[in-house]
Structures are given as C-alpha cells and as structure tokens.
Design a protein around this ligand. Structure first.
Ligand code: AMP
Ligand code: MN
Ligand code: MN
Length: 338
C-alpha cells in the first residue's frame, strides 16, 4: 500500500513542473524542516517551487537554512501539484484553500495517527517518528544529492519530533536516518542547541511561571499548568515563547498525563497534552476537535479558560481512573504556589 503510493509520488515529482508546498499552522521544526528539505530537493531537480505558511516561520526555526523562502501567501496563480506535509486536519492547513484547489493534484505526506487524508495521493505512516523521516525516504528515491542544506532541514525535523532523540518514538529507523544526515553535513550540536537549549528571556520567564503554577491530581499521575492572558500580556509573550513548556510539565516524576492550558487572544484556549505513551492522549484531543500522536497531542477549545481546564481535566481523570496507577509509588499532590 505505502510502497505503491510512494512510487506514485516519486513519479509525480519527476513529471510535473510547478509545486506549492505547505504544512500546518503554528508550524514546528518537523513542518518547517520537511517543507524546506523537499523544496531544496525539487529545486535540485529543476522544478519551480513555492513554500507557503500563513503563520510564517517561528523564531525557533529561524536558524533553518532557506527559511527565507517561506511566504505568507502564494504569489503564483496556480501550481501543478500541491504538497501538504505534517498536517493532520483540513482546518490546520497553512495555505489558502483556493491555492490548493487550483492545483491539478494534491498530495498529503504525514505521520499523525489522527490524520484524515483526503488528497489525490495520501502517504500516511504513523510509525514514522516525524514527517521528516518520510521526506528523507522520499528524497532517497529522487535524483537528488543530500547536501548540507537538505541534511540540516531534515535533521531539524527529526530532532524536533523525537525531542532530540529521547522520546518513545526514537527508533533504529530514525537514528539511521539521522546518522546519514550528520555524514551529509547536519550539525547535531548546533541544531539541538537552537531547538532545545537556547531560550529568549521571555520564554525563560514564562517557563518559570508555568512551572511555579504546577498542579497535580490522581496521586500525581495528572500534572498541569495554566497560562492566562494576563501572564502573556505582562511579558508581551506569544506562542513561540511556550514551545516545549508542556514537556517540563509531563516530566514531573510520577506524571502519566501532562497538560498545558494557554489562553489565546482569539477567544480560544490552546491545550497541549503529553503522556508517558501508556495513555493515548490523541484520543482525548480528538474528543475536543484536535488530534496528534499517542504521546503528544493538542486541541483548541472556543470557551473560557476555566471551562477548558475543567472539561479536559475531567476527561484526563476518567482516562487515568479507568485502569489505576501504573506504579505502586504514592505521589503526593503539589500545592498550587501562585
Ligand atoms: P503541541 O502540543 O501544539 O506541540 O502539539 C502536539 C501534537 O498535537 C502535534 O503533533 C500537533 O500536530 C498536534 N496538534 C496540536 N494541536 C492540534 C489541533 N488543534 N488539532 C490537531 N492536532 C493538533
Ligand atoms: Mn508538526
Ligand atoms: Mn510531525
């Protein structure tokens, strides 16, 4: 099944001339790295490409080579092929729908468990740790040399979605791909420094605030934090500044489900869910119109912060209550500090 579709995609990339590449809104390193690696490969093949993301490039990915080619809007009237990468839902596509509708053919390449593929060609592989892993495998079949730009883009994608090759989706397959990318010029230290270590002063402060507000329930198996509008406004912070904060919430010892709630400026509450992979948090996210992966998922609720917290935690408590604690350790709940 996947072999046939991959071959069809290889054929289309060889035959067609013009391409529109896009990914999901609020793009992460997998999204940005995947589109830019595929763009570089298509450019090597002499194709015309435009990369669009209506949300632009997050500060976190500003080090990725060729990110200046990502446009907020398409400039070409139409392209032969629309490529949608790392995007599980229609409503998360970061390109104008009419631009994709004008293409002769649309292709989705994705690794989300909750993916709802409805393009002409759909290559969905939830066993891939990152969309970048699929793009690596695709590029290996194209008449393209993996140069330092492609290697850096793809390594950024793999490192992002595996949390720097530490999460439960870190497989021999992704490590082999990463090893070749390092041979081809990706710099692991530099890339992971930018992705996971370097933080703006604002992001450091907001991390501190989120951690100081940790709350726990279910004997410490459920841990969460809440960032309200006033906190963002006081720091003049935005979404870029809370990247990875939810992982610190999940990493509190004994936690099985970690949740970060963030009050947006658009009347919606963004919810990030993480699990130790025993629990499938994408199922919880899906119930609220979102999606993602078993161990990392998200959703947005159009409601008040208090209501979103109450509803999502209610479901998380039910999920945890269903089969009891996974370890005999008795975790004391933290008290709320602020
Ligand atoms: P985040 O918590 O934003 O880092 O997202 C974690 C995972 O959940 C990523 O794989 C996202 O693609 C997915 N995700 C986050 N928010 C949504 C949403 N509103 N709808 C569908 N998937 C989402
Ligand atoms: Mn992504
Ligand atoms: Mn991804």
């Amino acid at each position: 099944m996947s072999e046939a579709v991959v071959q069809q995609i290889v054929n289309v990339l060889g035959e067609k001339r013009t391409f529109l590449l896009t990914t999901h809104i609020h793009p992460d390193g997998d999204a940005i790295g995947s589109v830019l690696a595929l763009r570089a490969a298509l450019v090597q093949m002499g194709k015309a490409c435009e990369v669009v993301n209506t949300d632009g490039v997050p500060q976190l990915c500003s080090f990725v080579p060729t990110c200046e080619f990502i446009l907020a809007q398409p400039t070409c009237a139409r392209a032969d092929v629309g490529l949608i990468l790392d995007c599980s839902g229609q409503d998360r596509i970061a390109a104008p729908p009419e631009a994709l509708a004008a293409c002769d053919l649309r292709i989705i390449i994705d690794h989300h468990q909750s993916s709802q593929p409805n393009a002409d060609l759909n290559w969905i592989d939830p066993t891939a740790s990152a969309t970048g892993e699929l793009i690596y495998e695709l590029i290996k079949r194209l008449p393209v040399e993996i140069d330092a730009t492609i290697a850096t883009c793809l390594y950024t994608a793999l490192a992002t979605d595996t949390g720097g090759f530490r999460f439960s989706n870190t497989t021999p397959r992704v490590l082999r791909a990463a090893a070749e990318l390092v041979e081809r010029g990706a710099d692991p230290h530099k890339i992971t420094y930018h992705l996971f270590e370097e933080r703006s002063a604002k992001a450091s402060k907001i991390l501190g605030i989120a951690l100081s507000r940790l709350q726990q329930d279910c004997g410490g198996r459920l841990t969460w934090s809440v960032l309200d509008r006033a906190t963002f406004d006081a720091l003049q912070a935005d979404d870029d500044d809370i990247e990875n904060v939810v992982n610190f919430v999940r990493n509190v010892r004994g936690t099985e489900i970690g949740v970060l709630f963030r009050e947006g400026d658009d009347g919606r509450v963004r919810v990030s869910l993480r699990s130790n992979s025993r629990y499938d948090v994408s199922r919880i996210a899906e119930e609220f119109g979102g999606g993602g992966h078993r161990a990392a998922a998200g959703c947005r609720l159009r409601t008040t912060l208090e209501d979103a917290v109450a509803r999502v935690l209610h479901r998380a408590r039910q999920v945890l209550a269903a089969d009891g604690p996974s370890s005999p350790m008795n975790h004391q709940p933290l008290t709320m500090l602020s």
